[in-house]
Design a protein around this ligand. Structure first.
Ligand code: FMN
Length: 205
């Protein structure tokens, strides 16, 4: 029997389910949609990469991830703050796409709060000596050799805060696609800058 999710019957119910599932993906590594594809606009054209969802808030239409201030995606977003998201869960055959505008939190109160909530193990990558995506003469994880287990304490990990970015996307458009043998369903929602819904439509899948 197919495990695909039955689409809810109304646009309101689809929207509520979409945000609830995206929020759950941002809360737990066990939830579907915990890993997602984040798209920016680069000199080479569309630039996609996998990131971990670090939070979402349906009522205010926000999605969060964390990254390094030195990573190319930040430079791209400073040139063009538009973001595209794709989230897919194979067992339920459910895809969400979202579009929005980036707010880069670096060194502000939001970044500090999220850094404090970041567990020790997840802080490690922010200690890379060179910028993420920069070329290296040798195969390396990029972390400094002195960052061995003896030195790796909560106190030492605080140095990584300087590179930490909480990347907020203010969502202006959300789409849900349910693939189901009884009939696919596709729905689209648009939001203004305050998060107020301005459109809800069925689309031909
Ligand atoms: C499963 C998985 C999760 C990842 N999570 C993140 C993340 O949360 N933040 C991040 O910046 N990069 C993450 N990455 C690495 C990115 O995909 C990407 O390689 C890196 O951010 C450099 O991207 P950029 O050069 O476009 O800035 C993840 C990669 C994988 C495979």
């Amino acid at each position: 029997m197919s495990s695909a999710r039955l689409p809810p019957e109304s646009l309101d119910a689809i929207e509520a389910e979409a945000w609830a599932l995206i929020e759950a993906g941002g809360r737990s590594f066990r939830a579907p949609f915990h890993a997602a594809t984040l798209g920016t606009i680069s000199e080479d054209g569309p630039n996609l990469r996998t990131v971990i969802l670090r939070g979402a808030d349906g009522p205010t239409r926000r999605i969060w991830c964390h990254t390094d201030i030195r990573s190319p995606k930040i430079a791209e977003l400073r040139t063009d703050p538009r973001i595209g998201w794709t989230l897919y869960d194979e067992p339920s055959r459910l895809q969400f796409r979202a579009w929005g505008v980036a707010v880069i939190h670096h060194g502000d109160e939001v970044a500090q709060q999220r850094w404090q909530a970041t567990v020790l193990n997840s802080r490690r990558i922010y200690h890379a000596v060179a910028a993420p995506s920069s070329i290296s003469a040798v195969a390396t994880g990029g972390l400094p050799p002195e960052l061995d287990d003896a030195r790796w304490t909560q106190e030492f990990s605080e140095r990584g805060a300087a590179n930490f970015v909480a990347l907020e996307t203010v969502i202006t458009r959300l789409e849900a696609l349910y693939l189901h043998h009884a009939g696919h369903r596709r729905a689209s929602f648009r939001y203004d800058a305050n998060g107020t819904r301005t459109a809800a439509d069925w689309l031909i899948p």
